[in-house]
Design a binder for this molecule. Structure first.
Ligand code: SF4
Length: 574
């Protein structure tokens, strides 16, 4: 039994303690006199611990003397059965305290596919998932992370508040304010009102939505609530701690890899890429801080992963790679721009232990790559492959999408032809393809564009798989129906809450049954410049007009050059 009287399964506790015993860097704090924060990743321990954003928030919160931050995760299948069998409430890791005993439960949510785990986790914690049904009792429930910063609305009914944007400058003042409120016995309504004074906090109950069918007629903030929520952004990342695997946890998704963020943002302006626009402007970290974090990583783990949307553009990337050569640890990069590859770089990658080079042409023809502003020609791709082959590297993984704006049959044939040509140029080497349906994301120029009809996506994916299967190229794909759910959650308003809750209990297929028309309207209906978008109250600093112009340029097949930080003000961020 817990001190509060609810049953606790010893096998669940044992499992948690076994995971803790393998960790290094875990923070243990007494709860007494401190703000108690349960930081939840809405997926299993292995997935959550591989997420740098989650790790960073854990460390930022625990850097505060007055805050005891502990982690919690969605239990794996066996543990879920044990929770159900014994009635054990969801426990935090560090002290195995039931989540309902914390002052705040904060979800770190990078991906839409985990949304249905949110109500599931709250139910497991014995907390009513819907904020309106909690009637102000129990811990404050909050969320942050990339997914909800792009569009918090699908989870609006579950949350008391959201922290929008980057956590470095915004988390501490919010937690301090909540801590002060607890000391002075402030009520929940007063707390939410106080939190609303932070420009990066979104309190969904302070905004009223009116609808016209599947569309939104108006978003109206209640009197005294701010009309726009400004996403928090650390314009200068230097001087801030380098986000890294603060808690090193073997047995996670990226086994034995110690990850660290080298840079944030990408200035190439690919029109489909939410991370690219959300994290503008591109910000490089000082080499000294990165090198120090690398040394720590190499001492701890067998592999150091350098993370960022455009890591290969980091000015001293070659020096960083060299640091790992000849040492016990290998160094890997999370992304490679194929126009950055040259002989020297490839031979360094090979020395650093690379066997597979991952390239992302994204589309099969130059015409299509102009639409998405990828800015890479067929000749450049083939030159990169020639260099890869000459460097003695024989394995290439390719990323492509189908269902992009303006896509025609010739673009799909382009994926097939290009992949086969790449395989030939590798002279017997191995080519694997990752093929995904394009999902239009908020905060990108394609945010107005609809998701392609399912039958079109399925037909095109099957055509690529069939043709490449015959050519000996393996294709891994995200099924169109899963991408459809992602597309819905990317574009949905708060009416998605009930569907998400149903999905948490009976799966997406049954949750959507009977609502196909409504959900389909959100996913497949094109939106115009004058339409109200569910995330219109969020301001990421990028002018909506700029995104619209980029969308129109994309449809016309016109490209836009990359950012020149310090010399450009065009999108409004700098
Ligand atoms: S203002 Fe220019 S340099 Fe700054 S983020 Fe926007 S496009 Fe990039």
């Amino acid at each position: 039994m817990s001190p509060g009287g609810s049953p606790i399964s010893w096998s669940i506790k044992k499992k948690i303690r076994e995971a803790l015993s393998l960790e290094r860097g875990t923070v243990y704090k007494e709860h007494g006199g401190r703000l108690r924060l349960a930081l939840v990743y809405p997926n299993t321990y292995g997935v959550g611990m591989a997420n740098l954003g989650f790790q960073s928030v854990y460390m930022l919160a625990n850097d505060m003397e007055d805050c005891a931050c502990e982690r919690a995760f969605l239990p794996d299948k066996d543990a879920l059965l044990e929770h159900e069998r014994t009635g054990t409430s969801l426990l935090s890791y560090e002290s195995q305290t039931p989540l309902a005993d914390f002052d705040i439960i904060a979800f770190a949510i990078p991906f839409e596919e985990d949304y249905s785990n949110v109500p599931r986790i709250l139910s497991l914690a014995g907390i009513s998932p819907m904020a309106a049904e909690r009637r102000g009792r129990g811990p404050l429930i909050a969320a942050g992370g990339v997914g909800v910063s792009l569009n918090p609305e699908p989870l609006a009914d579950f949350m008391d508040f959201f922290l929008i944007g980057e956590a470095e400058g915004s988390l501490r003042p919010v937690l301090e304010d909540i801590g002060k409120g607890i000391e002075t016995g402030r009520g929940r309504d007063e707390t939410l009102e106080a939190l609303d004074s932070f420009i990066w906090v979104y309190v969904p109950s302070f905004y009223e939505f009116t609808y016209e069918g599947a569309a939104i007629r108006e978003i109206r903030p209640r009197p005294n609530a701010k009309p726009l929520v400004r996403a928090a952004k650390a314009m200068d990342v230097n001087g801030l701690p380098v986000p890294r695997s603060f808690v090193y946890a073997p047995g996670t998704e990226f086994k034995e890899t110690y990850c660290l963020e080298v840079e944030r943002g990408c200035g190439k302006g690919c029109r489909f890429c939410a991370a690219g626009f959300l994290y503008l402007p591109p910000r490089m970290r000082e080499r000294g801080a990165v090198a120090e974090a690398m040394d720590e990583g190499m001492a701890r783990a067998g592999k150091v992963g350098l993370v960022g949307a455009a890591v290969s553009e980091y000015p001293e990337i070659k020096e960083l790679l060299k640091k790992g050569i000849g040492k016990e640890a290998t160094v890997t990069l999370s992304s490679l721009r194929l126009d950055e590859l040259d002989e020297g770089f490839l031979s360094l990658l090979k020395e650093a232990g690379y066997r597979t080079i991952t390239l992302a042409p994204e589309a099969g023809t130059e015409r299509m790559r102009d639409i998405i502003n990828k800015g890479i020609t067929d000749a450049e791709i083939m030159e990169a492959v020639r260099l890869i082959s000459e460097a003695g590297l024989r394995r290439v993984r390719l990323y492509f999408m189908v269902g992009l704006p303006g896509e025609a049959d010739e673009d799909v044939q382009g994926i097939i032809d290009l992949s086969i040509n790449i395989r030939k140029a590798l002279r017997g080497g191995e080519v694997n393809l990752s093929l995904n349906p394009f999902v239009p994301k908020p905060c990108t120029p394609f945010q107005w564009h609809p998701f392609a009809p399912l039958e079109v996506i399925e037909k095109r994916m099957s055509r690529v798989k069939k043709a490449l299967g015959k050519a000996g190229i393996t294709v891994r794909d995200l099924p169109a129906k899963e991408a459809f759910v992602q597309a819905y959650l990317s574009r949905a308003d708060r009416r998605a809450g009930r569907i998400i809750e149903a999905a948490s209990q009976k799966g997406w297929k049954r949750a959507i049954r009977g609502q196909e028309e409504f959900v389909g309207e959100s996913v497949f209906h094109p939106r115009g410049r004058g339409d109200v978008l569910p995330w219109d109250m969020i301001d990421h600093g990028i002018k909506k007009d700029y995104l619209w112009k980029e969308y129109q340029k994309g449809l016309a097949g016109k490209t836009t050059p990359p950012c020149i930080v310090g010399k450009c003000t065009r999108c409004g961020v700098c």
